[in-house]
Every structure is written in structure tokens, then in C-alpha cells.
Ligand binder design. Structure first.
Ligand code: ARG
Length: 587
């Protein structure tokens, strides 16, 4: 289904064409000045340069072609040559009824379905997930939902960090604490105990200790590096111990992600592609893509015009250990072999941009990408009030889990203060508190353009007023309750009638969903969805304040207004679901 702007663009485009001007100058969009007109077209300004005529004169000729088009109620030229356009209420009505009858609420699917891998989340084995992973998870999750909604064939991969130096650090650190373990006996090849010698708490405690030690002492760093290289080369005891780290970390991550409502199709990590590395590296050497440099194997990736020059990507360190970049290249190879995607989106911190630039160039040189386009979807940091990445009060890394707990406590207080959920049982209430907390976190994060940094301000995020997740939940629940009450009273939604002044704003907004969805999709920008949801909720609120529904005596008008409310709710719920935000039945 086309939006009204699209339908009008084609009418105005034809008018430009009839004047011998480019059709695309007829682009119509929602007016910047809704007080003056519903839609506008600024094409005459540009046409003036091409035709070397005054823009007003062109606008007048274009206008001449639109006369007699019954869809328009009023067409005017404003200022130097802007076209201000209004459509008839009849046209609006037939359009909005069509949207209501459409299962997809007016949203088309993509013409060319693509296979899209989304690489997001990216937690690391043995480390607690932190707020950076929060952003990667919810932006990635939202994009996956959006792409899937538009018809693309999506595969979400968590791509865990599980194969680098931190693993060697941990192995040596565990050895320091428990040197007698069978895993460290180089003569042994197993079998190894089923039970893990460490818990997740041990891992999260040991990793910072090990990292510090390696920062301070070059010998300890060397030892960790050696252990990493041995692990990667397949030393049985290290592999077995690593598997324990992996298993306990994954169950921890799964709990965190399920808490957040984030899902993945694939639970692969860097280690999963280890066996592909040796043959791939051999080929890269043979083809000359990779070369030796000071004992290490590198891929030069600099290109003409780079400023500054891009450093080479390290494939193998001099001790044979692989790097973050090596596993990323091998993962592209793995995805090509198993999925053969058209597009891979890497939803990863903007600070890794250089890394991805190197990886993409190296992958293209190595010819491992197949038909896949590679795209880094970078995002900014979530900061504390000091403008630095958000920390705990004590200055430590804020764990995702603690952040969610904080939000739940805040949501609980707010709900109480706002007088909500008063007559609701404990269990249902707990569910509502959770949904409010997560809506607050997700909406606050997604409503900022992903590239910008934002300040974590829980008090603001958790409010029921303003541009917040809780406000939208409240709005949606209000409509749900209206529809329930109408149902109880035997009132059913009917045909939508031509809008009056009080309904027109809502109707015009209901037409714009595809526009925002398309913008979000093209720019990989969930904030467009947030914008739509918030504006729609505001339009609904104005409509609802001014229009009686349950008490309306004109039955046709009542059924029409109820249908508008229902359509608004369906759109709101759709967009919230694309943002990964769950809505309670009541609160
Ligand atoms: N584990 C990485 C980190 O914590 C993120 C992984 C992102 N994905 C990728 N293919 N490199 O920074």
C-alpha cells in the first residue's frame, strides 16, 4: 500500500513531467507547518534552476495540472513557490479504512528479500555483560525484528568473544589458584572431569585479577600469551578447561538475554571458526593477500586516499596466536559456507569502527565474503552524568544485571507513586513492573540516534510523562482498556467516517507508519520507530481528550472513533514490538 505522500508525489510528479521537468521534483511530504497545510512539495524551487524560470511561475503551471484532481481539497502556492497541499476528508477516509483493513497496517514488504545476518550482543566469555553489550543487544534485536517484519530472511548471531588472550589469561590464573588440576598436566589427554573447577563468580573474580597482572608484569603477559597460543593450537587440557569456561558463561549469558527479552538464532563465538583458520590462512598466503612482517602474518589493507593510513590487519601473531580480526574474517567465511548471506550487519560499538574497516577490506581481498555486503552499525556509549561511560557508584563496570535490577526498583516506585496497578495481584504486578522497567531502558536507548552518546538518567527514563517507554506503555494500556470497556458495552468498531477537525491529526499520523518504518530500515535507525510511536501516542491522546467514544450518542460516529482507537493501538503495538517492548494487558 502506498502512503498518501507517495500517492500525491506521483500526481505532482506527473504534473512536473507534463511541464517537461524531472518527475522526482514532485516529491510530496508531510508539511513542516501543519497549521498551514497537510502536505508540501518544494520541487518548484529546484525546477527554477533547471528551467531558468521563477519558482512561482513553475508552481503555478504545476498547479494547473492538479486542478480537477478530486483528491485535493486545497492547493496553494506559498512564499516564493512552495506548494501547500490538502486532501479531502473523503480521500483521507478511504485511505485510512484501507489501512485498517490491511493486516500489515499499510506497510509493504521488501521487493528483494535478502538473507541478512545480524551480529549483535557480542558478550565475552568469563566477563559479566556490561552496558556496552546492552546497547549492542537491544539495537541489534530491534533491527532484527524490523528486517524480519519487512520480509528479509534474518539470522541473529550472538558472536561471543571466547577465543582471545583473555582465555589464556584465565587459564594461567586458574593454574595459579589450583595448580594441581589435571587440565594443566601436559602429559594428560583426558578424560577430564564433568564438573567445572570454577564457577561463574570465580571467572568474573579471576579475570580482572589476571588482566591487571598482565598489565603489570611482562612475564605474566608472556605466560598468558603462550597459554592462548597453546589453547588455539589444541592442547587437550586447555581445550577442556576452556569448554568449562564457555559452558558456564553461556548459561549466564542466556539468563541475562532472556531477562532482556533478546533472542538469537545462533549461539556461535570466535572459537567456533577455529578450524577454518589454518586452511584460510594458507590460501591467503598462497594468493599473496597475507604476508609475513616481523614474524607475524599480516594483511595490508591501506588504500589510496586513506587519511590516516589504515594499519594492516594482523592475522597471526609471531607466536602463532590468532587475533580478533582473524576470527572475524574466518567468521565471514563460515557464514558464507553455512548461510551465504547478502548482507552482514555488525551492531558493535562505534569505537571499533577502524577494526571493522580493516576486517572488511581484508575479507574482500581474501575473497571470503561471497555476495555479502558488510556493514558496521556503530553506536555511541551510554554515559554517566560525568559524561564518561556509565559506571557503578564505586567506579567499577556497571553490570547489565545490576542495571536491570535498578530499573525494576525504580519502576516499582513509580508505579506506586502514580497509583497504578493498585488492584492487581502480586504476580501480575511483578510482571508489569518488569515490563515498565524494560520499556524504560529500551526506549531510552533506542530513541537516541544510535551514533550519539546519551546520559543514563533512570529517573527521567522511568517517568510516565514525556518521551519515555513507560508513557507509551501507559498510552497503549489505556487504549486496550477503552476497547475492553467498549466490548463489554457491546460497542464494536465500524467503518471510519470522514474525520472532523478533532480526528484529522490522528488520521494523518496513521498514514505515516510506512514512512517511519522505511526510514528506520534504510538508515538502520530504530530511533525513527521511537519517534513514530511517541508522536502517534500524542496524537491519540489529543483525539481521546476531545472526542467522546463510550458516551457518544451517534452510533456510526462512535463505531468510527472506536475503529480509529483500535487502529492506533494496532500500530502502536506493532512499533513497540519492533522495538522489543512488551505491553501489559492492564496496569
Ligand atoms: N566481543 C566483542 C566485544 O565485547 C564484540 C563482538 C562484536 N562482533 C564481532 N563480529 N566482532 O567488544
Amino acid at each position: 500500500m502506498s502512503t498518501i505522500s507517495e500517492i500525491l508525489s506521483s500526481a505532482v510528479g506527473s504534473a512536473f513531467k507534463a511541464e517537461g521537468l524531472p518527475e522526482d521534483l514532485g516529491l510530496v511530504r508531510t508539511s513542516d507547518r501543519p497549521d498551514l497545510a497537510q502536505f508540501q512539495c518544494n520541487g518548484a524551487m529546484q525546477a527554477a534552476k533547471i528551467a531558468k524560470k521563477a519558482p512561482r511561475q513553475i508552481a503555478e503551471s504545476v498547479l494547473g495540472h492538479l486542478e480537477g484532481d478530486t483528491r485535493f481539497s486545497r492547493v496553494e502556492i506559498a512564499g516564493p513557490g512552495f506548494l501547500n497541499l490538502n486532501v479531502t476528508d473523503e480521500f483521507l477516509t478511504s485511505h485510512v479504512n484501507a489501512i485498517a483493513a490491511d493486516e500489515r497496517l499499510g506497510c509493504p514488504t521488501v521487493e528483494n528479500v535478502r538473507k541478512v545476518v545480524l551480529d549483535y550482543g557480542g558478550p565475552n566469555v568469563a566477563k559479566a555483560m556490561h552496558v556496552g553489550h546492552l546497547r549492542a543487544s537491544i539495537i541489534g534485536d530491534s533491527l532484527r525484528r524490523l528486517f524480519a517484519f519487512l520480509g528479509d530472511d534474518t539470522v541473529g548471531d550472538v558472536h561471543m568473544g571466547d577465543w582471545g588472550l583473555p582465555m589464556g589469561m584465565l587459564i594461567t590464573e586458574v593454574k595459579r589458584e589450583q595448580p594441581g588440576l589435571i587440565y594443566f598436566d601436559a602429559e594428560q589427554t583426558g578424560p577430564y572431569p564433568v564438573e567445572s573447577p570454577v564457577t561463574i563468580d570465580d571467572l568474573q573474580r579471576l579475570y580482572p585479577v589476571a588482566a591487571n597482572r598482565c598489565k603489570e608484569s611482562p612475564e605474566d603477559l608472556d605466560e598468558a600469551r603462550l597459554a592462548t597460543a597453546e589453547l588455539q593450537a589444541g592442547r587437550p587440557g586447555y581445550r577442556a578447561l576452556w569448554q568449562q569456561f564457555f559452558d558456564i558463561s553461556v548459561s549466564e549469558m542466556k539468563a541475562d538475554f532472556s531477562n532482556l527479552g533478546v533472542e538469537f538464532d545462533l549461539w556461535l563465538g570466535e572459537a567456533a571458526v577455529n578450524d577454518l583458520i589454518a586452511p584460510m590462512v594458507d590460501e591467503m598466503k598462497a594468493s599473496g593477500v597475507a604476508e609475513m612482517s616481523q614474524g607475524a602474518l599480516i594483511v595490508p589493507v591501506s588504500e589510496e586516499g586513506d587519511n590516516p593510513e589504515l594499519p594492516p590487519l594482523m592475522m597471526l601473531k609471531s607466536d602463532g596466536a590468532v587475533t580478533y580480526g582473524t576470527t572475524d574474517i574466518a567468521t565471514i567465511e563460515h557464514r558464507r559456507q553455512n548461510i551465504d548471506p547478502d548482507l552482514i550487519l555488525y551492531v558493535v560499538d562505534q569505537r571499533q569502527h577502524l577494526h571493522f574497516e580493516q576486517v572488511f577490506r581484508a575479507a574482500n581481498r581474501a575473497g571470503v565474503t561471497g555476495k555479502a555486503e558488510l556493514e558496521h552499525i556503530g553506536f555511541g556509549t551510554m554515559n554517566g552524568a560525568d559524561g564518561k561511560p556509565f559506571k557503578t557508584r564505586a567506579g567499577g563496570v556497571m553490570k547489565l544485571r545490576d542495571l536491570i535490577t535498578m530499573a525494576i526498583e525504580a519502576a516499582d516506585e513509580r508505579i506506586e507513586e502514580f497509583g497504578l496497578a493498585e488492584e492487581i495481584g502480586t504476580e501480575e504486578r511483578a510482571g508489569i513492573v518488569r515490563m515498565v522497567a524494560l520499556a524504560a531502558i529500551r526506549f531510552a536507548d533506542l530513541s537516541n540516534h544510535r551514533q550519539s552518546n546519551y546520559i543514563f538518567d533512570l529517573d527521567r527514563f522511568i517517568r510516565f510523562e514525556g518521551k519515555t517507554g513507560p508513557y507509551l506503555l501507559y498510552a497503549a494500556v489505556r487504549v486496550k482498556s477503552l476497547l475492553r470497556r467498549a466490548g463489554d458495552a457491546g460497542i464494536v468498531p465500524g467503518e471510519i467516517l470522514p474525520p472532523g477537525d478533532l480526528e484529522r491529526g490522528l488520521v494523518l499520523m496513521l498514514d505515516r507508519l510506512p514512512e517511519f518504518i522505511q526510514a528506520a530500515y534504510e538508515r538502520r535507525a530504530p530511533n525513527e520507530l521511537c519517534e513514530f510511536a511517541h508522536t502517534l501516542a500524542q496524537e491519540f491522546s489529543t483525539f481521546y481528550q476531545n472526542c467522546h467514544i463510550l458516551s457518544e450518542e451517534n452510533k456510526a460516529l462512535q463505531a468510527s472513533r472506536l475503529a480509529l482507537a483500535q487502529l492506533a493501538l494496532r500500530q502502536l503495538l506493532l512499533v513497540l514490538s519492533l522495538l522489543g517492548i512488551q505491553v501489559p494487558e492492564r496496569m
